[in-house]
Design a protein around this ligand. Structure first.
Ligand code: ATP
Length: 222
């Protein structure tokens, strides 16, 4: 059966998420207090409803507890975001993702039982910061508070060397999980694979270790 989603709050983040889910052919219930915003989604979402998500009865009437995954994207009105999350957890919604406005908001949402808390502005800020630091850093994805995955173009110091020669695991405590070359991707590359110019390495590790790896083998090298 097709998975059903609901997006509550059609600001910039919520509306972009809602559009993308609809484009991927998902069933989406779009909810917002604002009539104009809801009207924008009448022909896009499966259902678009003007409703106040802090009103438990309304959410029940909308059958929100039967929806597989509800995303709360109310940023500025933290009180409404918190109250909505409480109602959704009490109604037993299977998966609740909430957009947090700041770290304090994130902590509360987690305590209240949100299954996933996203922080798009902070995460995007971090990703962009990494790509600004070095042209060789293509992407940066936070896995936890202390671990990330980075995607880097092989620096000059790496070329014609193997992973063993570079001692990436021994020296930097990082793991190269894949190497992209031309249009192929080599997952779990062999330790004796020789790195070539334009190879893209996907590396996982603790942030402090990745930072050392970037400084020694990626940034210093440009
Ligand atoms: P953005 O995602 O645009 O960067 P934001 O996360 O700060 O910004 P807001 O402008 O705070 O977003 O609100 C997102 C949407 O949530 C708005 O369209 C607003 O009308 C809607 N909204 C706020 N409170 C409620 C509520 N109680 N019930 C339903 N929708 C709400």
């Amino acid at each position: 059966m097709k998975k059903e989603f609901a997006v509550i709050g059609l600001g910039r983040f919520g509306s972009s998420l809602c559009r993308e889910l609809c484009m991927e052919g998902m069933d989406v219930l779009a909810i917002d207090l604002d009539e104009d915003k809801v009207n924008e989604f009448r022909n896009i979402a499966s259902y678009a409803v003007i409703a106040d998500s802090t009103d438990e009865t309304t959410l029940k009437e909308l059958g929100i507890n039967n929806i597989d995954h509800v995303i709360v994207s109310i940023g500025e009105n933290i009180q409404a975001s918190i109250l909505t999350t409480v109602i959704l957890t009490e109604l037993g919604v299977k998966k609740i993702t909430v957009k947090a406005q700041n770290d304090y908001h994130e902590k509360i949402l987690k305590k209240l039982g949100a299954h996933q808390v996203v922080h798009p502005e902070r995460d995007m800020g971090r990703r962009i910061a990494h790509s600004i630091i070095s042209n060789n850093i293509l992407d940066y994805l936070e896995l936890s508070e202390e671990h990330s995955i980075i995607e880097v173009i092989a620096g000059n110091k790496m070329i014609n060397k193997t992973l063993v020669d570079l001692e990436i695991r021994a020296k930097y405590n990082c793991n190269v999980v894949a190497i992209k070359r031309n249009n192929t991707i080599n997952v779990s590359p062999a330790a004796d694979l020789q790195i070539e110019k334009n190879d893209i390495l996907i590396v996982i590790g603790a942030d402090k270790d990745l930072s050392r790896f970037e400084k020694r083998l990626v940034i210093d090298d440009e």
